[in-house]
Design a protein around this ligand. Structure first.
Ligand code: NI
Length: 144
């Protein structure tokens, strides 16, 4: 973990987005539209409520979705904390020095406006996600 990290969301693995989201909607959460992230092969929505940490629900698209392994082992469960960073490459390099291993190259995540995300694992901390707060890549995307 790094001192300049800002908390972004908790990711929760679920079997069915709507089945789980309904409990939060009933508790006063707002749900974003569910989108399919074709790069990560998961369905995603976000749940927000004033004064509460943002939640992300992730459900499998098919049997190859990475979230299946977590669901098989644990059932519905929180499985990553996400932090926003200004400098994705810099943060990854610093995390590698304290024994975090990147699981994928930083990719664009359609569920959060095409911002780049990266997942890293550390034995003593577990799985974390980084999301880049810079929008420079969005501009690059639009000009394609
Ligand atoms: Ni996430």
């Amino acid at each position: 973990m790094l001192p300049d990290f800002k908390f972004h969301h908790i990711g929760i693995a679920v079997f069915d987005i709507d089945d789980t989201a309904q409990y939060y909607i009933d508790a006063g959460y707002q749900k974003t539209e569910t989108v399919i992230d074709t790069i990560q092969n998961v369905k995603i929505c976000f749940l927000t409520k004033e004064g509460m940490p943002m939640l992300e629900l992730l459900a499998p698209v098919d049997e190859n979705s990475p979230v299946n392994r977590t669901l098989d082992k644990m059932g519905v469960t929180p499985y990553h904390c996400c932090y926003s960073v200004d400098d994705m490459e810099g943060a990854i390099a610093r995390l590698k020095k304290i024994k975090f291993v990147p699981l994928i190259k930083a990719v664009e995540a359609c569920a959060i406006g095409g911002r780049r995300v990266c997942f890293l694992f550390n034995k003593k901390v577990g799985l974390i996600e980084l999301v880049a707060v810079s929008y420079t890549h969005l501009r690059a995307h639009e000009t394609r």
